[in-house]
Design a protein. Sequence first.
Lengths: 380, 257
Amino acid sequence: MDFELTKEQQMIQQMVKDFAEGIIKPRAIEIDKEAKFPIDIFKEMGELGLLGIPFPERYGGSDGDTISYAIAVEEIGKVCGSTGLSYAAAVSLGASPIYYFGTEEQKQTYLKPLAEGKALGSFGLTEPNAGSDARGTKTTAVEDGTDYIINGEKCFITNASFAKTIIVTALTGKGDSGKDIISAIIVPTDTEGLTITSNYDKMGVRGSDTAEVILDNVRVPKANLLGDPTKGFKQFLYTLDGGRISIAALGVGLAQASLNKALTYAKERKQFGASISNFQAIQFKLADMAMEVELARNMVYKAAWLKDNQKPFTKEAAYAKLFATETAFRAANEAIQIHGGYGYMREFEVERYLRDAKLLEIGEGTSEIQRLVIARQLGC
Amino acid sequence: MDIYVLLKKTFDTEEKIVVSNGRIEDDGAEFIINPYDEYAIEEAINQRDEHGGEVTVVTVGDEESEKQLRTALAMGADKAVLIDTEDDLEDGDQYSTAKILEAFFEDKEPDLILAGNVAIDEASGQVGPRLADRLGISYVTTITALTIEEETAKIDKDVEGDIEKVEVPLPVLVTCQQGLNEPRYPSLPGIMKAKKKPLEELEIDDLDLDEDDVEAKTKTVEVFLPPEKEAGRVLEGELDDQVKELVSLLKDEAKVL
Ligand SMILES: Cc1cc2nc3c(=O)[nH]c(=O)nc-3n(C[C@H](O)[C@H](O)[C@H](O)COP(=O)(O)OP(=O)(O)OC[C@H]3O[C@@H](n4cnc5c(N)ncnc54)[C@H](O)[C@@H]3O)c2cc1C
Ligand SMILES: Cc1cc2nc3c(=O)[nH]c(=O)nc-3n(C[C@H](O)[C@H](O)[C@H](O)COP(=O)(O)OP(=O)(O)OC[C@H]3O[C@@H](n4cnc5c(N)ncnc54)[C@H](O)[C@@H]3O)c2cc1C
């Protein structure tokens, strides 16, 4: 066992921390308030190689591991949930499936620009009537000569308005057992028939772009099909397992930020003639927060480590996601409580942490779905 | 051009610092590259990119200094040298460091040596000038601009907010001041490549030095934190009275008048 980060991981942590605090943090309140996607920040992140951490150099990546990537998401999450979510989605959902399942040609054409940070990618799974139940997908892709013609509607798609490619899930036929086959297809966003609108007025992660995607007779070459045509469902389950590690890391970041703010404030704030950090009621809150943050981070690192070592990690990724995101919500809530009336005000930021944390309990599989995944892993 | 950067690790003065038994507690302190040395690294990389050559970063430190050297390599330096004095030197001072560096440079022919203006921990600003003096080369401190044409360095030197223009022939040692440049963040590919770049580890033995040669010339008598800032006080009443009260407070209580 070794609980120490490698030198590279420590350096990445330091660099992302400096970058997050220097470049993103001063704008976090504005990003939330104006609900404006900070595209310029993503450009800079791309130039620093942050968007390519878990991909090899030959595909434009930085040759890092999943742990490094999780560390980077946490550091960004500490200062801005919106940027953190868009970052996690771009890497885990927009780019990773192409790395996992793409052909060499697809990787060169579609993964490279994403890993190099020259473009963003999205993942379009959710539909108005198919959220947790992805098998309920209604979007269809019908073969027509050498093409697919795709029709359907996707909702809540992160980064879609700024994406160069969207990986769209669609029904491509029926298998031997009569079950629907769901496949993933790479759709460049400049393809005719694709309409992307982002009109959602969100509770949190307001600076992260979330869009609706309508596919009306969208024609893409069959060569854009990702991976095994009969295993699309399994593939995106694997993709989501990986994505959960990054959402969990984002939760750790938000929870740590909540703890930091609450601790600093509790030491400064005096009531009844003493710093409120002297009151056991406050101390117990801070102690619980600190413990949960540490446990959550350990679970994230373990899930990431398992993935890096090609071991099964489905259950651990679900543990991490479930625990870290619920920790984030609790920690943010307590941070507001410790701030009293000030915590309710935007400029103290902890109320934003709560709004941002709430999304983490919903996206990439709700908390209920995480429990289902875990139970299934237990053999239920 | 053969460019060298002198850098050291310091604790992060923005993080909490704990002093016990007259020493700063290493455990829990956050260590960083001395911020002024970051300007030196950035400048070295820019000069190399413009004129060609190689950037070597050198530190006199301990095993842990490798992290700061790797960061400099990740930013774009080519080679690093760690002179590890942990086993040989109890409490070095600026004399010790300059002496060790002198020995290191004995068989080198640097065109340009860059150092930080001061280190934020001890803030003496001496290592650079002392080394230049020992090597018998020119030095210019607190520089805010550097252009190299042929064998001449054209330098802006910060003098308490004003600028002095200096021209010196190479080789020269400069110490870098805020405003010289904007140090880059090390990129991810930079960090991953840094582990493959050469990092040479030396001890003073390898430089033909004895412990006695580098023994400190100064002695640290006491280490203490600045007194905690006390809450301010807002004076009340008529303006005239406030002024009178302020003057008497400055005289009798603060004793600064
Ligand atoms: C800001 C944001 C960004 C998003 N980004 C993306 C994206 O990039 N790509 C993408 O494809 N999707 C994205 N989503 C969609 C997200 O993944 C879904 O919202 C999520 O999976 C839940 O689906 P749903 O909203 O349809 O809720 P539903 O599935 O309708 O769930 C409603 C409630 O029922 C519960 N529930 C459902 N089924 C069960 C069950 N079997 N047992 C117990 N409880 C159950 C759920 O846990 C939940 O509490 C995003 C959503 C948001 C809000
Ligand atoms: C939207 C809004 C409307 C408001 N409207 C009004 C109004 O109309 N009129 C008005 O007068 N005020 C109003 N308030 C103020 C509100 O009543 C105070 O914010 C509240 O009483 C808490 O005080 P505080 O914010 O100073 O927090 P603090 O008293 O500083 O409390 C900070 C934290 O320390 C805890 N704490 C404090 N003392 C102890 C202790 N001894 N032991 C354990 N824990 C302790 C608190 O429970 C809290 O968690 C309003 C506030 C808001 C946000």
